[in-house]
Write a protein that binds this ligand. Structure first.
Ligand SMILES: Nc1nc2c(c(=O)[nH]1)N[C@H]1C(S)=C(S)[C@@H](COP(=O)(O)O)O[C@H]1N2
Ligand SMILES: [Mo]
Length: 375
C-alpha cells in the first residue's frame, strides 16, 4: 500500500477557526477609538497583575500607576523565553476541534515574575476584555502549581502574542491571548487583560457555571470528515477523518463497519452491539515530509517545541494537543447500506469515549456515518 498523503493543510488560517466568543458587542467588532479605549491595539494593550487582597504581591502591575505590562515588554521577554508550539483549539462542548495553530508566547510563569515575590498564593485568576456588564466577564483560573511547574516534557500555560507567524488577530483574541496547551478552549482566554493572584483555592471559571468540569483537559477522540455517501460496488472506498490528540496521547484509530441496521445511524450508548463490535485499524498519516512548507514562512522546524534540533522532525508523532489525520480504504464491499464508526485508542489503551464517558468534561462520543454501495 502507498503511504497515504496528507490531504488537509496542517495549520488553520486564523480567520477560519470556528469562533466561540461571548460578549456584546463582541470585542472583534470594535474599531477606531472604541478599540483603543478597550486597550485592544498593540499600542494600547496592557496586562495587569494584581492581588485580590488575599495575597501579597511585591510589585503589582497596575493601570492606575502606569506599571501594567505593555506589548513591547512582552515581546522583549519573548526574545529570551518565547516558545513556538503547535496546538489545536477545541471547545469543551463542541465535538470537532475549532482549528490548529502555531502559537508563540511567553510561559505565564515568566510573565508573573515581573510582579516580583508573591506570598500566600494558591490560584491564578485571569480574564479578557469585556464591557461593564459583569455578566459579560469571561474569566477562568489555574492552580499556581500548574502555572509555575510543568514537567519538562509538557508545555506550560502561555501568554501568547503570535499565531501562524503573525501577530494574533483581534478576531482570534489578540493582541494577547492566554493559551493553556492541555485544556479546552475556555482556559485560553482571548483579549487577555488582567491576572489576579489569589489565596482562593476554588476555580472561578465562567465555564463552570454551565455544569462543565473546570479542570477538564483535552480528550483523545476521532472525527469523521464529510464526504460522499454513495459509492459504486467494486470501487475502493476511502474514508478519512481527524483525531484530536489529547493529554493521554494517541496510539491508533480504529473503524467499525457493519450493515445498516435501519436506525439512521443511531446507537444508544448502552447498546449491547458495542460489546460485539469488530474494530479494525485505520492508517494515521505520517508527518509532512517537508515541514518547511507546512509551517509559516520564516519558522524553522527545529525551533518548534517538540521537534528535534538535529533533524527538524517532531520527536513524537502524532503530536499531543494537535490534530492527526487518518484514512482507511475499504475494498470489495457488496452492494448495500452500511454504518461506519471510528474511535481512538489512547496511549493508556483506553478506547474512546472511555475512561470518562461524562461529556461535560469534554465531548468525545464515538462518531458514525452511513453510506450506500450501489451495484
Ligand atoms: N475573552 C474571551 N475568551 C474566550 C472566550 C470568550 O467568550 N471570551 N471563549 C472561550 C471558549 S469557550 C473557547 S472554546 C475558545 C474559542 O477560541 P477561538 O474562538 O479562537 O476558536 O475561546 C475561549 N476564550
Ligand atoms: Mo468553549
Amino acid at each position: 500500500m502507498d503511504t497515504p498523503k496528507a490531504t488537509k493543510s496542517f495549520l488553520t488560517r486564523p480567520e477560519n477557526f470556528t469562533d466561540v466568543s461571548r460578549g456584546k458587542p463582541k470585542p472583534f467588532t470594535l474599531t477606531g477609538a472604541a478599540l483603543e479605549k478597550a486597550r485592544l491595539t498593540t499600542a494600547t494593550w496592557r496586562l495587569e497583575i494584581v492581588s485580590d487582597g488575599s495575597t501579597q504581591v511585591a510589585h503589582p502591575r497596575k493601570l492606575e500607576d502606569n506599571t501594567a505590562i505593555d506589548y513591547a515588554t512582552l515581546v522583549e521577554l519573548g526574545k529570551k523565553h518565547g516558545i513556538k508550539f503547535l496546538k489545536a483549539m477545541q471547545c469543551n462542548n463542541i465535538a470537532q476541534p475549532l482549528g490548529e495553530g502555531l502559537w508563540e508566547g511567553v510561559p505565564l510563569r515568566e510573565v508573573l515574575k515581573l510582579a516580583g515575590k508573591v506570598n500566600n498564593i494558591r490560584r491564578v485568576y485571569y480574564w479578557g476584555f469585556h464591557n461593564n456588564d459583569p455578566a459579560q466577564i469571561f474569566q477562568c483560573s489555574l492552580c499556581y502549581n500548574h502555572v509555575m511547574e510543568t514537567p519538562p516534557w509538557d508545555l506550560p500555560p502561555f501568554v501568547a502574542y503570535r499565531l501562524n507567524g503573525e501577530p494574533i488577530s483581534l478576531l482570534r483574541g489578540g493582541p494577547v491571548r492566554m493559551i493553556v496547551p492541555w485544556a479546552h478552549g475556555f482556559k485560553s482566554v482571548k483579549w487577555l487583560q488582567r491576572v489576579t493572584l489569589t489565596n482562593d483555592y476554588k476555580a472561578n471559571d465562567t465555564y463552570a457555571l454551565q455544569n462543565n468540569d473546570p479542570d477538564s483537559y483535552l480528550k483523545t477522540a476521532a472525527y469523521l470528515d464529510d464526504g460522499p455517501q454513495q459509492f459504486k460496488a467494486g470501487e475502493p472506498i476511502t474514508l478519512t477523518g481527524t483525531a484530536m490528540v489529547g493529554w493521554s496521547g494517541l496510539k491508533r484509530v480504529e473503524y467499525w463497519l457493519r450493515p445498516d441496521t435501519g436506525t439512521h445511524g443511531r446507537l444508544a450508548e448502552d447498546d449491547p452491539a458495542w460489546q460485539k463490535a469488530e474494530w479494525k485499524p485505520c492508517a494515521i498519516l505520517p508527518p509532512p515530509a517537508h515541514w518547511g512548507g507546512s509551517l509559516p514562512e520564516g519558522v524553522m522546524p527545529k525551533d518548534v517545541w517538540g521537534f528535534a534540533a538535529a533533524t527538524g522532525k517532531p520527536k513524537d508523532w502524532p503530536l499531543r494537543f494537535s490534530i492527526a489525520q487518518w484514512t482507511v480504504t475499504l475494498e470489495r464491499l457488496a452492494a448495500g447500506a452500511y454504518e461506519f464508526r471510528a474511535r481512538t485508542i489512547d496511549l493508556n489503551g483506553f478506547a474512546q469515549p472511555e475512561p470518562r464517558p461524562y461529556q461535560k468534561s469534554g465531548m468525545n462520543l464515538v462518531q458514525g456515518k452511513q453510506f450506500v454501495v450501489t451495484a
